[in-house]
Design a protein around this ligand. Structure first.
Ligand code: 5AD
Ligand code: SF4
Length: 437
């Protein structure tokens, strides 16, 4: 087979995977390939997979199967991401269509693997070297208005339900200087907002600097308008980061702080290392310095041993925090994790019912939060066109999409008054200068 000319990368799962997908695209681009257009058959398909829940992991294999073309041929296929990391050689045993298996810490080697695969040699690379892949990736060039920047990977927390410590390895912080260089490249390439990414982003540290120090440093970039970070662990929510929410204007008032459950016995069984009370106190401290902050969270229902009473406590914490947004999931037993073999696995119908009740409650709070912003004046960062002519869409500080009639271009900041709230977005009207002042 000749070397592939065109590629398509499909990323699933978290924002870290989206980031890795972008970097793989840049790497393949630098290697002389181009991204296949809509509807065009790509010579190479990279499936950048997620292993977090069983459904996501199984999807990887059905997606591989679907890459068979009508004439029986197939593209070169690279299985990347967390399923690749978790399954390694086994992935090829499950599907012979897969030519390459490449883990999240090894994808800088893709060009070599592709050359080998094109010569008929399949390869598997799930090395997790301490030496960062980042040193082997090309510099960032063009960037979207809103860019991701990975600063920390991996996890040492070992929540008993979670595969991340196994798929992404130990907690590693990228060096300060590397991050600053990448941020400069992104801003030069057009980024106006940077979201710092890490599985435990608030555990980032380099040469005695913590995440708050990094944020303060980036805030001095003149052309950078906004800074965000995700995902944080409650035990790493240090005082410095909390006060940064008051002191740094460019740090957006939004905090994604997963709690998973509102019941202490379940949090203990999950090995979360925080309690309901310590979590709520953290939220209080953040709100004390930044009262308008939007809090979002992650929840798992049906963790082994979760009783009706435990679940009621989860509804209580939802009411106590009044989440602006949230992700909620049914517990999914993952091979190799301690919780998978715990007794008292919760039956599916009970999980279904709990998830529906939880999601209804979360929706009440997010709707209330969105309605609460109606009438406010705020600034949005225009990031795309709206559906109707003359409409543009921008993000509020609280990460809501705001639809506005304006000629303001993508990448500009616009002062608006929020005029209405729909189920998925807000509506705004541009302010004239006098009003905005
Ligand atoms: N089952 C269900 N949800 C899970 N999460 C992580 N592992 C599991 C699992 N085994 C959820 C958690 C985490 C989010 C990224 O995914 O809520 O915060
Ligand atoms: Fe999925 Fe976790 Fe991997 Fe992200 S890090 S892709 S959430 S398994």
């Amino acid at each position: 087979m000749t070397l592939p000319q065109t590629f398509r990368i499909k990323s699933f799962g978290c924002q870290m995977n989206a980031y890795d997908g972008e970097r793989m695209a840049e790497l393949l681009g630098a290697d002389g390939m181009r991204s296949a257009g809509d509807g065009e058959d790509a010579d190479l398909v990279v499936l950048n997979t997620c292993h977090i829940r069983e459904k996501a992991a199984e999807k990887a294999y059905s997606d591989v199967g679907r890459l068979r073309r009508e004439d029986g041929s197939k593209p070169l296929i690279a299985l990347a991401g967390c399923v690749a990391q978790a399954e390694g050689e086994e992935a090829r045993a499950r599907s012979k269509m897969i030519d390459m298996v490449v883990g999240p810490q090894a994808y800088h080697r893709l060009p070599q693997m592709i050359a080998e695969a094109a010569a008929g040699r399949a390869s598997v690379d799930t090395d997790m070297p301490a030496a960062a892949k980042f040193d082997f990736l090309p510099a960032r060039r063009r960037s979207g208005v809103s860019a991701f920047l990975s600063v920390q990977e991996g996890c040492d927390k070992f929540c008993t339900y979670c595969v991340v410590p196994y798929t992404r390895g130990a907690e590693i912080s990228r060096p300060f200087a590397d991050i600053v260089r990448e941020a400069e490249e992104l801003v030069a390439g057009g980024a106006r907002e940077i979201t710092l990414l890490g599985q435990n982003v608030n555990a980032w540290e380099s040469d005695g600097r913590d995440l708050a120090a990094l944020i303060r440093h980036l805030a001095d970039f003149a052309e950078l308008e906004r800074i965000r970070y995700t995902t944080s662990h409650p035990v790493n929510m240090g005082e410095g980061l909390i006060t940064a929410h008051a002191a740094v204007d460019k740090l957006m008032p939004y905090l994604h702080l997963p709690v998973q459950s509102g019941s202490d016995p379940i949090l203990r069984a999950m090995n979360r290392t925080h309690t309901v009370d310590s979590y709520l106190r953290t939220i209080e401290r953040v709100r004390a310095v930044r009262p308008d902050i939007a809090i979002s969270g992650d929840f798992i229902v049906g963790f082994p041993g979760e009783t009706d009473e435990d679940f009621e406590r989860t509804l209580n914490i939802v009411d106590a925090v009044r989440y602006a947004a949230a992700f909620s999931f049914k517990y999914s037993p993952r091979p190799g994790t301690p919780a998978a073999t715990m007794e008292d696995q919760v039956p599916q119908p009970v999980m279904d019912q709990r998830l529906a009740r939880l999601q209804a409650r979360l929706a009440e709070h997010s709707t209330a939060f969105n309605r609460g912003t109606v009438g406010k004046t705020t600034r949005i960062l225009i990031d795309r066109r709206g559906r109707k002519p003359g409409q543009m869409i921008g993000k509020s500080p609280w990460l809501q999409s705001v639809v506005v009639e304006t000629a303001a271009p993508i990448g500009s900041m616009l002062n608006v008054k929020i005029t209405g709230a729909g189920p998925n977005s807000l509506f705004g009207a541009p302010l004239v200068r006098a009003e905005a002042a």
